[in-house]
Design a protein around this ligand. Structure first.
Ligand SMILES: O=P(O)(O)OC[C@@]1(O)O[C@H](CO)[C@@H](O)[C@@H]1O
Length: 305
Protein backbone atom coordinates (compact mmCIF):
# COMPACT_ATOMS: atom_id res chain seq x y z
CA UNK A 1 0.00 0.00 0.00
CA UNK A 2 1.12 3.56 -0.68
CA UNK A 3 0.62 6.36 1.83
CA UNK A 4 1.28 10.08 1.59
CA UNK A 5 1.84 12.21 4.67
CA UNK A 6 1.20 15.94 4.44
CA UNK A 7 1.94 17.43 7.84
CA UNK A 8 0.74 20.86 6.69
CA UNK A 9 -1.82 20.50 3.87
CA UNK A 10 -3.31 23.49 2.11
CA UNK A 11 -6.09 24.61 -0.14
CA UNK A 12 -4.36 26.21 -3.11
CA UNK A 13 -6.26 29.20 -4.45
CA UNK A 14 -5.25 29.84 -8.07
CA UNK A 15 -6.06 33.32 -9.37
CA UNK A 16 -5.56 34.67 -12.87
CA UNK A 17 -5.44 38.45 -13.33
CA UNK A 18 -4.40 40.64 -16.24
CA UNK A 19 -2.29 42.73 -13.88
CA UNK A 20 -1.87 43.24 -10.14
CA UNK A 21 -2.03 46.92 -9.19
CA UNK A 22 -1.41 48.27 -5.68
CA UNK A 23 -4.25 50.16 -3.95
CA UNK A 24 -6.78 49.16 -6.66
CA UNK A 25 -9.61 46.66 -6.72
CA UNK A 26 -8.04 43.92 -8.81
CA UNK A 27 -10.79 41.78 -10.33
CA UNK A 28 -9.75 38.31 -11.38
CA UNK A 29 -10.40 36.53 -14.68
CA UNK A 30 -10.40 33.11 -13.07
CA UNK A 31 -10.20 31.56 -9.61
CA UNK A 32 -10.04 27.96 -8.52
CA UNK A 33 -9.73 26.23 -5.13
CA UNK A 34 -8.00 22.86 -4.99
CA UNK A 35 -7.10 20.34 -2.30
CA UNK A 36 -3.33 20.51 -2.03
CA UNK A 37 -0.19 20.40 0.02
CA UNK A 38 2.74 18.44 -1.33
CA UNK A 39 1.72 14.96 -0.13
CA UNK A 40 -1.92 15.53 -1.13
CA UNK A 41 -0.69 16.42 -4.61
CA UNK A 42 1.28 13.16 -4.74
CA UNK A 43 -1.87 11.26 -3.67
CA UNK A 44 -3.83 12.88 -6.50
CA UNK A 45 -1.13 12.07 -9.04
CA UNK A 46 -0.88 8.43 -7.90
CA UNK A 47 -4.67 8.14 -8.07
CA UNK A 48 -4.71 9.56 -11.61
CA UNK A 49 -2.13 6.91 -12.51
CA UNK A 50 -4.58 4.29 -11.17
CA UNK A 51 -2.60 3.59 -7.98
CA UNK A 52 -4.60 3.16 -4.79
CA UNK A 53 -3.20 5.16 -1.89
CA UNK A 54 -4.15 6.74 1.43
CA UNK A 55 -3.57 10.39 2.35
CA UNK A 56 -2.42 11.03 5.94
CA UNK A 57 -1.69 14.26 7.80
CA UNK A 58 -3.25 16.91 10.02
CA UNK A 59 -6.37 18.81 8.99
CA UNK A 60 -8.26 21.58 10.76
CA UNK A 61 -11.58 23.39 10.38
CA UNK A 62 -13.69 23.88 7.26
CA UNK A 63 -10.67 24.12 4.98
CA UNK A 64 -9.35 20.81 6.29
CA UNK A 65 -12.77 19.22 5.71
CA UNK A 66 -12.77 20.57 2.15
CA UNK A 67 -9.48 18.74 1.46
CA UNK A 68 -10.72 15.49 3.02
CA UNK A 69 -14.08 15.65 1.20
CA UNK A 70 -12.52 16.44 -2.18
CA UNK A 71 -10.02 13.58 -1.88
CA UNK A 72 -12.68 11.10 -0.81
CA UNK A 73 -15.10 12.25 -3.55
CA UNK A 74 -12.40 11.49 -6.10
CA UNK A 75 -11.87 8.01 -4.62
CA UNK A 76 -8.69 8.60 -2.59
CA UNK A 77 -8.71 7.08 0.90
CA UNK A 78 -7.86 9.40 3.78
CA UNK A 79 -6.94 8.90 7.42
CA UNK A 80 -6.30 12.46 8.59
CA UNK A 81 -5.91 13.50 12.21
CA UNK A 82 -8.09 16.48 13.12
CA UNK A 83 -6.64 19.39 15.09
CA UNK A 84 -8.06 22.76 16.19
CA UNK A 85 -7.71 25.83 13.97
CA UNK A 86 -7.93 26.20 10.21
CA UNK A 87 -5.93 24.42 7.53
CA UNK A 88 -4.12 27.09 5.51
CA UNK A 89 -5.11 28.55 2.15
CA UNK A 90 -2.09 29.28 -0.09
CA UNK A 91 -2.47 31.73 -2.94
CA UNK A 92 -0.96 31.31 -6.41
CA UNK A 93 -1.47 34.32 -8.57
CA UNK A 94 -0.78 34.64 -12.26
CA UNK A 95 -0.65 38.31 -13.32
CA UNK A 96 2.06 38.96 -15.94
CA UNK A 97 4.34 37.01 -13.60
CA UNK A 98 3.77 34.40 -10.85
CA UNK A 99 3.16 35.27 -7.18
CA UNK A 100 3.09 32.56 -4.50
CA UNK A 101 1.81 33.21 -0.97
CA UNK A 102 2.27 30.35 1.45
CA UNK A 103 0.73 30.56 4.95
CA UNK A 104 1.69 28.94 8.26
CA UNK A 105 -1.24 26.66 9.06
CA UNK A 106 -2.52 25.40 12.43
CA UNK A 107 -0.57 24.57 15.58
CA UNK A 108 -0.20 20.84 16.23
CA UNK A 109 -0.38 19.76 19.89
CA UNK A 110 2.07 17.12 21.19
CA UNK A 111 -0.65 14.48 21.71
CA UNK A 112 -1.67 14.73 18.05
CA UNK A 113 1.94 14.23 16.99
CA UNK A 114 2.08 11.06 19.11
CA UNK A 115 -1.21 9.91 17.53
CA UNK A 116 0.38 10.34 14.10
CA UNK A 117 3.54 8.40 15.03
CA UNK A 118 1.38 5.57 16.38
CA UNK A 119 -0.54 5.56 13.10
CA UNK A 120 2.73 5.33 11.11
CA UNK A 121 3.86 2.44 13.29
CA UNK A 122 0.99 0.41 11.83
CA UNK A 123 2.39 0.57 8.28
CA UNK A 124 3.45 -2.81 6.92
CA UNK A 125 6.64 -4.17 5.42
CA UNK A 126 6.84 -3.21 1.72
CA UNK A 127 4.53 -0.18 2.08
CA UNK A 128 5.60 3.17 0.62
CA UNK A 129 5.35 6.38 2.65
CA UNK A 130 5.81 9.80 1.02
CA UNK A 131 6.52 12.56 3.56
CA UNK A 132 6.22 15.84 1.74
CA UNK A 133 6.14 19.55 2.50
CA UNK A 134 6.83 21.94 5.33
CA UNK A 135 6.41 21.32 9.03
CA UNK A 136 3.43 22.91 10.76
CA UNK A 137 3.80 24.93 13.94
CA UNK A 138 4.32 22.68 16.97
CA UNK A 139 6.28 20.03 15.06
CA UNK A 140 10.06 20.33 14.93
CA UNK A 141 12.55 18.70 12.58
CA UNK A 142 13.27 15.83 14.98
CA UNK A 143 10.00 14.28 13.73
CA UNK A 144 11.96 13.25 10.63
CA UNK A 145 14.28 11.12 12.75
CA UNK A 146 11.28 9.46 14.41
CA UNK A 147 9.62 8.80 11.04
CA UNK A 148 12.86 7.52 9.46
CA UNK A 149 13.37 5.09 12.38
CA UNK A 150 9.76 3.84 12.23
CA UNK A 151 10.09 3.21 8.50
CA UNK A 152 13.43 1.45 8.96
CA UNK A 153 12.08 -0.81 11.72
CA UNK A 154 8.92 -1.67 9.74
CA UNK A 155 10.70 -2.04 6.38
CA UNK A 156 8.63 0.79 4.86
CA UNK A 157 10.06 2.58 1.80
CA UNK A 158 10.34 6.22 2.90
CA UNK A 159 10.28 8.95 0.25
CA UNK A 160 11.17 12.40 1.54
CA UNK A 161 10.46 15.79 0.00
CA UNK A 162 11.58 18.40 2.49
CA UNK A 163 13.58 21.61 2.40
CA UNK A 164 14.72 21.15 6.05
CA UNK A 165 18.45 20.55 5.83
CA UNK A 166 18.49 19.17 9.40
CA UNK A 167 17.13 15.97 7.85
CA UNK A 168 20.69 15.21 6.66
CA UNK A 169 21.62 14.37 10.26
CA UNK A 170 19.14 11.50 10.22
CA UNK A 171 19.87 9.96 6.82
CA UNK A 172 22.32 7.44 8.31
CA UNK A 173 19.31 5.43 9.57
CA UNK A 174 18.52 4.80 5.87
CA UNK A 175 16.04 6.49 3.51
CA UNK A 176 14.65 4.99 0.28
CA UNK A 177 14.52 8.22 -1.78
CA UNK A 178 14.90 11.95 -1.26
CA UNK A 179 13.74 14.58 -3.75
CA UNK A 180 15.39 17.96 -3.37
CA UNK A 181 15.14 20.55 -6.12
CA UNK A 182 18.49 21.95 -7.24
CA UNK A 183 18.19 24.95 -4.88
CA UNK A 184 17.38 22.74 -1.89
CA UNK A 185 20.30 20.46 -2.75
CA UNK A 186 22.62 23.50 -2.77
CA UNK A 187 21.15 24.69 0.53
CA UNK A 188 21.62 21.24 2.13
CA UNK A 189 25.38 21.78 1.65
CA UNK A 190 25.41 25.55 2.32
CA UNK A 191 26.25 26.37 -1.31
CA UNK A 192 25.14 29.87 -2.24
CA UNK A 193 25.35 29.68 -6.05
CA UNK A 194 23.27 27.69 -8.56
CA UNK A 195 24.67 24.19 -8.93
CA UNK A 196 26.19 23.03 -12.21
CA UNK A 197 25.34 19.50 -13.42
CA UNK A 198 28.72 18.30 -12.15
CA UNK A 199 28.01 19.78 -8.71
CA UNK A 200 24.52 18.25 -8.65
CA UNK A 201 26.17 14.88 -9.20
CA UNK A 202 28.77 15.49 -6.47
CA UNK A 203 26.18 16.50 -3.85
CA UNK A 204 23.61 13.86 -4.84
CA UNK A 205 26.34 11.23 -4.43
CA UNK A 206 27.13 12.67 -0.99
CA UNK A 207 23.48 12.05 -0.05
CA UNK A 208 23.89 8.44 -1.17
CA UNK A 209 27.01 8.11 1.02
CA UNK A 210 25.04 9.61 3.91
CA UNK A 211 22.38 6.87 3.72
CA UNK A 212 19.88 7.60 0.90
CA UNK A 213 19.33 4.80 -1.58
CA UNK A 214 17.97 6.97 -4.40
CA UNK A 215 18.06 10.69 -5.17
CA UNK A 216 15.73 12.55 -7.52
CA UNK A 217 16.77 16.15 -8.22
CA UNK A 218 14.07 18.29 -9.82
CA UNK A 219 15.43 21.13 -11.97
CA UNK A 220 12.33 22.95 -13.24
CA UNK A 221 12.70 23.90 -16.91
CA UNK A 222 15.98 21.92 -17.05
CA UNK A 223 14.27 18.61 -16.26
CA UNK A 224 15.42 16.15 -13.58
CA UNK A 225 18.31 13.85 -12.67
CA UNK A 226 18.05 10.52 -10.87
CA UNK A 227 20.92 8.86 -9.01
CA UNK A 228 21.44 5.57 -7.24
CA UNK A 229 24.62 3.52 -6.65
CA UNK A 230 24.47 2.05 -10.16
CA UNK A 231 22.60 4.58 -12.28
CA UNK A 232 22.63 8.23 -13.24
CA UNK A 233 19.83 9.25 -15.58
CA UNK A 234 19.01 12.81 -16.62
CA UNK A 235 15.99 13.96 -18.61
CA UNK A 236 15.16 17.29 -20.22
CA UNK A 237 11.84 19.10 -19.74
CA UNK A 238 9.43 19.92 -22.60
CA UNK A 239 8.89 23.56 -23.57
CA UNK A 240 5.51 25.28 -23.33
CA UNK A 241 3.60 28.21 -21.88
CA UNK A 242 3.95 28.20 -18.11
CA UNK A 243 0.76 29.00 -16.21
CA UNK A 244 1.80 27.94 -12.73
CA UNK A 245 4.89 26.05 -11.57
CA UNK A 246 3.43 25.14 -8.14
CA UNK A 247 2.85 21.39 -7.87
CA UNK A 248 5.28 20.48 -10.70
CA UNK A 249 7.82 19.00 -8.27
CA UNK A 250 5.07 16.94 -6.60
CA UNK A 251 3.92 15.76 -10.03
CA UNK A 252 7.47 14.73 -10.93
CA UNK A 253 7.90 12.79 -7.70
CA UNK A 254 4.46 11.12 -7.70
CA UNK A 255 4.72 10.17 -11.36
CA UNK A 256 8.28 8.86 -11.11
CA UNK A 257 7.52 6.63 -8.11
CA UNK A 258 4.08 5.72 -9.48
CA UNK A 259 5.39 4.67 -12.90
CA UNK A 260 8.32 2.79 -11.30
CA UNK A 261 5.82 1.03 -8.99
CA UNK A 262 3.84 0.03 -12.09
CA UNK A 263 6.96 -1.57 -13.54
CA UNK A 264 8.45 1.10 -15.85
CA UNK A 265 12.24 1.33 -16.25
CA UNK A 266 14.03 4.20 -14.50
CA UNK A 267 14.52 5.95 -17.85
CA UNK A 268 10.89 5.72 -18.97
CA UNK A 269 9.48 6.55 -15.54
CA UNK A 270 11.73 9.62 -15.35
CA UNK A 271 10.94 10.81 -18.89
CA UNK A 272 7.20 10.39 -18.30
CA UNK A 273 7.53 12.16 -14.94
CA UNK A 274 9.30 15.11 -16.57
CA UNK A 275 6.59 15.42 -19.25
CA UNK A 276 3.93 15.22 -16.53
CA UNK A 277 5.64 17.87 -14.37
CA UNK A 278 5.68 20.22 -17.38
CA UNK A 279 2.05 19.40 -18.09
CA UNK A 280 1.24 20.54 -14.53
CA UNK A 281 3.25 23.76 -15.09
CA UNK A 282 1.22 24.44 -18.25
CA UNK A 283 -2.13 24.20 -16.42
CA UNK A 284 -3.74 25.84 -13.33
CA UNK A 285 -3.87 22.77 -11.14
CA UNK A 286 -2.21 19.39 -11.52
CA UNK A 287 -2.04 17.48 -14.78
CA UNK A 288 -4.79 15.12 -15.95
CA UNK A 289 -2.05 13.47 -18.10
CA UNK A 290 -3.98 14.11 -21.36
CA UNK A 291 -1.20 16.05 -23.10
CA UNK A 292 1.64 13.99 -21.56
CA UNK A 293 2.13 11.59 -24.54
CA UNK A 294 2.58 14.63 -26.81
CA UNK A 295 4.95 16.41 -24.38
CA UNK A 296 6.91 13.19 -23.90
CA UNK A 297 8.09 13.43 -27.52
CA UNK A 298 10.17 16.47 -26.53
CA UNK A 299 11.92 14.77 -23.57
CA UNK A 300 15.51 13.61 -24.10
CA UNK A 301 16.95 10.87 -21.92
CA UNK A 302 20.65 11.19 -21.09
CA UNK A 303 22.23 8.23 -19.29
CA UNK A 304 25.35 8.29 -17.13
CA UNK A 305 25.96 12.00 -17.55
O1 LIG B 1 4.68 24.96 2.62
P1 LIG B 1 5.00 23.71 1.84
O2 LIG B 1 4.37 22.51 2.47
O3 LIG B 1 6.45 23.53 1.58
O4 LIG B 1 4.37 23.90 0.40
C1 LIG B 1 2.98 23.93 0.22
C2 LIG B 1 2.67 24.16 -1.22
O5 LIG B 1 3.10 25.42 -1.64
O6 LIG B 1 3.36 23.19 -1.99
C3 LIG B 1 2.54 22.69 -3.01
C4 LIG B 1 3.25 22.76 -4.32
O7 LIG B 1 4.40 21.96 -4.28
C5 LIG B 1 1.27 23.49 -2.97
O8 LIG B 1 0.19 22.68 -3.31
C6 LIG B 1 1.20 23.95 -1.53
O9 LIG B 1 0.41 25.08 -1.34
Amino acid sequence: MLYTLTLNPAIDLFIDLNELLPKKVNRSNYDDYQENGKGVNVSRILHRLGIENTALGFIAGFTGNFIKDKLEESGIKTNFIEVDGITRVNVFLNAETEYKIVNKGPLIPEEKKIELLNQLNLLQSGDYLFVCGSLPRGIDVSIYEEIIKICKNNNVKLILDTSSKEVLEYLHHGVYLIKPNDEELADFFNIKHSLSEEEIEIYAKKLIEMGCEKILVSRGEYGAIYFDKNHTVAVTAPKGVVINTACSGDTLLGTFIGKSYLGETIEMALAYASASASSTAFTEGITNFENVPELLKQVKIIKNI
